[in-house]
Ligand binder design. Structure first.
Ligand code: NAD
Length: 498
């Protein structure tokens, strides 16, 4: 794979059979209505597949299958060591089908196939492996009680977990939710984003091949306003794990209140600040990572470092370096290993990004990019774009653009940088660049975000929780903490004779 050319990837892509149906109770099935939606390759405009558009009746089927499986214990009461063995097999199957999984995401939503093959797909295998290995090492508690009483405090699976995920990392978002929820013994009903359902459907098939029993892992493609809403309002879903926009995250909180008070874990939008101090030591490294932080995955990253605060004395030097990096990151065919950036997910998202750019041209100073690009005359591509002298109250600095658009703002003091960084409705992540350890800790402490990366960007691992504060939501994926949201604390009191 390391030596794959564009032609190799294209040839491999031509061999893929897309899974188009919902996966419910261990079988691929059409939507009961027979309706479908088009899965479109944004790099070419080609329709890849007509995928089952699930509605409320399909969600009912999937939830019922999940409930039956949960109640009869075929997975929920399996010994953790046995669940571990199945999930380890799934991790191996993802590795064995790595190229196909990478291609599915690349074709479906435009990301670079080389990124999908080196980051997303191996990441998915790693996260399944991590939770598999963890689940037979998590102990319950015995409470300190008087003699004659034994109080067991156990973490038990919740039942049926609904998961609704976005399109920017289709396989990994599906994995972050389902790996932990399944490891904990739940049944899962996963709704992928309508822009990118293909890898989740293949994942369901691999999960069945690995030995996940029928009904335990169901995938229901469909639109948000129908399938997503039906899952959110369902009376027999115990927990809804959501990743997506803040707007839709708020809807899921309402759905819960309108239905059965299911737990809702929203992981939502971001507008992450990247603060670069003059004492950062290595300005080239800071520029490299600042560019990566906004241009990786076309800027379609919830924690993208889209607000860059730079100390005034180094601003011009840094912006010059960033412009050079933006020029080097021009979009190209996602299947070409030479391309540095892929396609935007669809026409709607492309138009949204271009609207921000056009408005920004009147309010800030455009120094790189600023236009739509066509690759071989087609596709949804946007040039890596940088604005400087952005006003802190400009939409460029406030709104989540979710595209390759960087806003640069100069600061004079540490206090001013912290104040501007915190002046956002979002609080997902932040980066700080300085060689001064006390400053790094002092600034990190004061940033109201879920993750701070010091002298890097977007630091993330299976071992550490990922999630936000403020309107970035309060759900946490990854780490053992993620198991907390997929389990309930259950206390059992036992009297014994002394
Ligand atoms: P989105 O909110 O539009 O959609 C996310 C999911 O919700 C999709 O599956 C969609 O079908 C569903 N949905 C949409 N409308 C719905 C409705 N009315 N009822 C029920 N479900 C509905 O988000 P998106 O455009 O797919 O993804 C981009 C967003 O995701 C960005 O805001 C980004 O920051 C966020 N995101 C957050 C994280 C995180 O961990 N915090 C990670 C990745 C992406």
């Amino acid at each position: 794979m390391a030596n794959h050319t564009r032609e190799d990837w294209k040839a491999r892509a031509a061999q893929i059979t897309f899974r188009r149906q919902a996966f419910i109770d261990g079988k691929f099935v059409d939507a009961l209505s027979g309706e479908t939606f088009d899965s479109i390759n944004p790099a070419t405009g080609e329709v890849l597949a007509k995928v089952a558009a699930c509605g409320a009746a399909d969600i009912d089927r999937a939830v019922a299958a999940g409930r039956r499986a949960f109640e009869d214990g075929r997975w929920s009461r399996m010994a953790p060591g046995d669940r571990k063995a199945v999930l380890l097999r799934l991790a191996e199957l993802i590795r064995a089908n790595l190229e196909e999984m990478a291609l599915l995401d690349s074709l479906d939503m435009g990301k670079l196939v080389t990124d999908a093959a080196t980051i997303d797909a191996p990441g998915s295998a790693h996260f399944f492996q991590w939770y598999a290995e963890a689940i037979d090492k998590v102990y319950d508690e015995v409470a300190p009680t008087a003699r004659g009483d034994l109080a067991l405090v156990r973490r038990v699976p919740l039942g049926v977990v609904g998961a609704v995920v976005p399109w920017n990392f289709p396989l990994d978002m599906a994995t972050w939710k389902s790996s932990a929820a399944l490891a904990a013994g739940n049944s899962v009903v996963l709704k992928p984003a309508e822009q990118s359902p293909l890898s989740a459907l293949r994942l369901a098939e691999l999960a069945a091949e690995a030995g996940i029993p029928d009904g335990v892992f169901n995938v229901v493609p469909g639109y948000g306003a129908t399938a997503g809403k039906a899952l959110g309002l369902h009376m027999d879903v115990d927990c809804l794990a959501f990743t997506g926009s803040t707007e839709v995250g708020k809807m899921f909180m309402q759905y819960s209140g309108q239905s059965n008070l299911k737990q809702v874990w929203p992981e939502t939008g971001g507008k992450s600040p990247n603060i670069i101090f003059a004492d950062c030591g290595d300005l080239d490294a800071a520029a490299d990572m600042a560019a990566f932080g906004i241009f990786f995955n076309q800027g379609e990253v919830c924690s993208a470092n889209s607000r860059l605060y730079v100390e005034r004395s180094i601003k011009d030097a840094l912006v010059e370096k960033l412009i050079a990096r933006a020029k080097a990151a021009q979009p190209g065919d996602p299947l070409d290993p030479a391309s540095r950036m892929g396609a935007i997910v669809d026409e709607k998202q492309t138009q949204g990004i271009l609207r921000f750019i056009e408005a920004g041209k009147a309010s800030a100073n455009l120094v790189a990019g600023g236009e739509r690009v066509h690759v071989e005359g087609k596709g949804c591509f946007v040039a890596p774009t940088i604005f400087e002298d952005v006003r802190p109250d400009d939409p460029l600095a406030r709104d989540e653009i979710f595209g390759p658009v960087l806003s640069v703002i100069a600061f004079d003091t540490e206090e001013e940088a912290i104040r501007m960084a915190n002046d956002s409705i979002y609080g997902l992540a932040a980066s700080v660049w300085t060689d001064n350890l006390s400053r790094a800790l002092r600034v990190s402490e004061q940033l109201h975000v879920g993750t701070v990366s010091v002298n890097t960007v977007d630091a993330l691992s299976a071992q550490t929780p990922f999630g936000g504060m403020k309107q970035s939501g309060f759900g946490r994926d990854l780490s053992l903490h993620s198991l907390e949201k997929y389990t309930a604390l259950k206390t059992t009191w036992i009297k014994y004779k002394i």
